[in-house]
Structure formats: structure tokens, C-alpha cells
Write a protein of this length. Sequence first.
Length: 142
Amino acid sequence: MDAGYRLVMTRSDSIDVLLAQDPVANLLGIQRVKASPGAVVALLMTVRPEHLNFVGIVHGGIVFTLADTALALASNGFGRSALAVDAHIVLSAKGRVGDTLTAEAHEVADSRRLATYRIPVVRSDGRILASFDGTVFRPDGN
């Protein structure tokens, strides 16, 4: 995007529009499960062989990308615009080929210019694979 970045979507289906326009999310097979006002967005992806690292488990960067995509959609949907300024992930379990991973973004703090989100990434067996925290800046203070 250029220096004149501004994104304003006014309908809840903006999440689907944004996701469809994200080439990395599409490359990884990330799909929307849920999107609702209140900045809750849930995404899922199934781990494929090309998502693995040299040890044979899902690459941490893939898990980070799933959670970061949930952050981006939750903070930019519903008529708001935001840019990530901080993100942190703790990887606590392995993911293998065939695992379905779900990342659900929840807004935990919001002010005029900053918002913080917590995003657990959970395997299909219910085990938490990672915990992601992200903070976004709202350039227009919306």
C-alpha cells in the first residue's frame, strides 16, 4: 500500500473481501470460520506438507502468519483501519500434516489510537499450539 493508506469497509462481509485480497492467506489455504462485530474473527487452515520445517512439524512462521492474518482482519474489518505495530507469539505444541489449526482473534483493549488482541491458535484436538498477542495503531483514530 502507498503512504496514503486508508481502508474503510462498512459491512461485516468486509472480512471476506479483505481475506480474498490477501495473496499469502490464499496461498496458505486460510479460511474464515467466524466474523462478528466486537472484533472477533476466527480463521482456520489445514497443515500441508509444504507448511513443515526441516524437523517435520509446522513451521513457526506459518503459525505466526495464521494468527497475524486473524489480527489484521479483526482490526481492519467492520469499518475500521489499523496497522500492526507489535506482535508476540509463544509456540507451545507441535502441529503435523493434516492438523486443522484455528486462530480466533479477540480484542482485549481498545483506545482511540491503539488496540490489543489476544489470539490463541488451537489444534483440532483442542490443544493450544500457540498464543499470539498483537497491538495495532489506528491512524485515523477510529
